[in-house]
Design a protein around this ligand. Structure first.
Ligand code: NDP
Length: 626
């Protein structure tokens, strides 16, 4: 589960809201279009402006203190206990989601067998352990998303897998690579400190462990901390509440497939209409006595069109097919020219439209400005089609109007669903648009207030997403203290500093997985697998050459400069977008950019090629070994 908009398409340098200089010429060359680009730009700006809030990211509260129960694990039996561990292990991996699973799998392959995984949940799976809400599904094609398919000889049942299949696959990886042999579940790391004398990391946890490790791998995931909106009165509500990532089936009844029978006499509010809400609302609508959907910004909802896997096709796949498919997908969604679109779905659709338009224009001498105008027109066409889809499906015209997304497709996470829009034709479902007040106004003891109207409800479901823009340390819940006791928070106070995105000077043998300062792809598991292979190489090499390694200051400085030099400047694009975590809630400049400002600008495939070359040279260039 991740998001990227790091594409050359979204890097369009157009000045939104102003008539584009050569647009007439470009439009003429593209033939007739049946809309007014200027009017659409103006509408997009108007819709953005009413949602931008001065408090930006501060409109959300951290899930701790009085709100800590929102992150309790509803899937384990209470009362688990075990003796604290004080032993030594070669590698401690923090996080048992796909980062930790893939690290473990690749360590086994590399013969690195002394490792332990520490995981907060009661099993492996990470995102797919926590997100069990009804209808949860991965919107990236399963043949690309589910890792290690060839290694495990497994073919997903459908083109888009539902959560139970992905959770099961996580456990399959853990079984096959013997990751259950040494794992600490229901354990949260509280501190990581480098001990100079022994050149070991001391890993402290909330179960009083003080393990020693030569290497630590941090794979805590970019979206692991649920967030709540700081709506006035949120702590006063006397009814039931939960966050979608801790779905309370004891309250709703049913399971992932629905049958939420305990809601039949309940008035339910759901706050949020992002990717999670789009998938779960059809189930809430089907079972609640009445469902109120509180929407601030509509998602764009494209066709899902899920299909069972054609087993004949699966049998015809040649060795290496998954890597090839992933590479192809990464290349296309990075906005690179392509010959063939192997995945051919909603993600790649816009890029196909764009490629067709470029072919239509047929002029290799296009200026950057003209190319960006073509991108904008492709986007307008795509979004017009998605808005028309709302009109086709939703019977009440006023409700349909509110459900239309007025922004460019990659301003927000696009969604794909065939049951969401029809839900609004149900008599027991009410859409409450909160855009005029930039969100829900208040929560009372008995209900939710929007547009001055109180909606009495029995239950509030927060589909309000996860912390993304906050620091690694805040999201993961522990500090990392390196040489001389310096904390990573302090070392990064004026900006993130890494070498290849994995490690930082002064924090030896500490390797961080995730998107930061590395190649990024919307298919997040593919980049995690590439990272896992690289980390296995690094650990093996450091072990062969010395006690510990760290990047030199010079190598780190140069890598940060490389990230800055190559960063795709999409500030104009995102400034024109409706607020979301993609553009730091509409305050791009405040954090030095949006979601992609710390990504390697040439994309995941180029990043992998660069790392491969670095490995092939074999010199660990830029690494100091002690
Ligand atoms: P999001 O952050 O995408 O959505 C949060 C929702 O809460 C938004 O609709 C937001 O409105 C709304 N909201 C927040 N505060 C208020 C308020 N005060 N009043 C009213 N509404 C409010 O979270 P999700 O959990 O939906 O998705 C998070 C990410 O998880 C996705 O972007 C995606 O990357 C990933 N995901 C991936 C899936 C997959 O298939 N691979 C499936 C589900 C999630 P607004 O938009 O106006 O801010």
């Amino acid at each position: 589960m991740s998001a990227t908009t790091n594409s050359e398409m979204s890097n369009a340098a157009e000045e939104q809201g102003k008539p584009a200089g050569n647009s007439r010429r470009v439009i003429e060359r593209l033939g007739e279009i049946d809309f007014d680009p200027g009017a659409l730009r103006a509408k997009y700006n108007e819709e953005r402006d009413k949602r931008i809030r001065p408090d930006g990211n501060d409109q959300y509260i951290e899930v701790k203190g009085d709100f800590a129960h929102f992150v309790d694990d509803p899937y384990v039996e209470p009362g688990f206990d075990r003796a604290p561990l004080t032993d030594e292990i070669d590698i401690v991996v923090i996080g048992g989601g796909f980062a930790g699973l893939l690290a473990g799998a690749r360590f086994r392959e590399a013969g690195l067998d002394s490792f332990r995984i520490i995981e907060a949940g009661g099993d492996f799976g990470g995102t797919w352990y926590w997100n069990r809400y009804p209808g949860a599904q991965c919107d990236i094609e399963s043949y690309c998303y589910l890792p290690l398919l060839e290694e495990l000889n497994y073919i997903p049942k459908e083109k888009y897998s539902y959560a139970p299949e992905i959770f099961e696959h996580s456990k399959r990886i853990a079984r096959e690579f013997r990751l259950y042999d040494d794992v600490c579940f229901q354990t949260k790391v509280t501190d990581l400190s480098w001990d100079e004398a022994s050149a070991r990391w001391i890993v402290s946890t909330d179960r009083s462990d003080r393990m020693r490790a030569r290497f630590v791998v941090v794979g805590t995931g970019p979206m692991s901390m649920p967030k709540l909106p700081a709506i006035k009165g949120i702590d006063e509500f006397q009814g039931h509440t939960f966050h979608t990532s801790r779905w309370d089936y004891r309250y709703t009844g049913g399971d992932h497939n629905g049958k939420l029978d305990r809601l039949s006499d309940k008035r339910v509010a759901v706050i949020g209409t992002g990717a999670t809400a789009i998938q779960s609302i059809p189930y809430l609508g089907a079972h609640a006595q009445h469902l109120y959907v509180f929407q601030r910004t509509p998602s764009s909802v494209d066709v899902r069109g899920n299909t069972p896997t054609d087993m004949e096709w699966a049998k015809s796949l040649k060795p290496g097919w998954q890597q090839e498919r992933r590479k192809n997908f990464n290349e296309i969604v990075h906005g690179k020219p392509f010959e063939e679109d192997l995945v051919h779905d909603g993600w790649t659709d816009l890029y196909r439209i764009l490629a067709d338009m470029f072919r239509e224009v047929g002029d290799p001498s296009l200026t950057a400005e003209e190319a960006s105008q073509i991108g904008e027109i492709a986007d307008f066409k795509k979004m017009n089609a998605l808005r028309a889809r709302v009109d086709q499906v939703v019977k009440d015209p006023a409700t349909a109007e509110k459900l239309k997304a007025w922004y460019r497709q990659f301003c927000k996470r696009p969604t794909f669903n065939d049951e969401y829009l029809p839900t609004f034709n149900r008599p027991n479902v009410t859409l409450v648009d909160t855009s005029e007040t930039a969100g829900v106004q208040q929560i009372t003891r008995t209900g939710v207030i929007a547009n001055g109207v109180e909606y009495p409800v029995d239950c509030i479901v927060f589909a309000t997403g996860f912390e993304i823009g906050t620091s690694l340390m805040r999201r993961s819940g522990f500090e990392i203290k390196g040489m001389n006791g310096i904390s990573l928070s302090d070392y990064w106070a004026d900006g993130i500093k890494t070498f290849h995105g994995f490690w930082t000077h002064g924090f030896p043998n500490c390797l961080v997985m995730g998107p930061t300062q590395k190649g990024l792809s919307v298919n997040f598991t593919s980049i995690l697998d590439d990272q896992a292979k690289h980390i296995a190489y690094l650990i093996k090499e450091v072990k062969a050459r010395g006690r510990f390694g760290q990047p030199s200051l010079a190598a780190e400085t140069e890598w940060v400069a490389t990230i800055r030099r190559l960063v795709v400047d999409n500030s104009a694009f995102f400034d024109a977008c409706t607020p979301s975590y993609y553009n730091n809630e509409g305050h791009m400049a405040e954090r030095g950019g949006g979601l992609t400002s710390e990504a390697y600008g040439k994309g995941a495939n180029a990043f992998n090629a660069l790392l491969k070359q670095w490995r092939d040279e074999g010199a660990l260039e830029g690494i100091e070994i002690y």
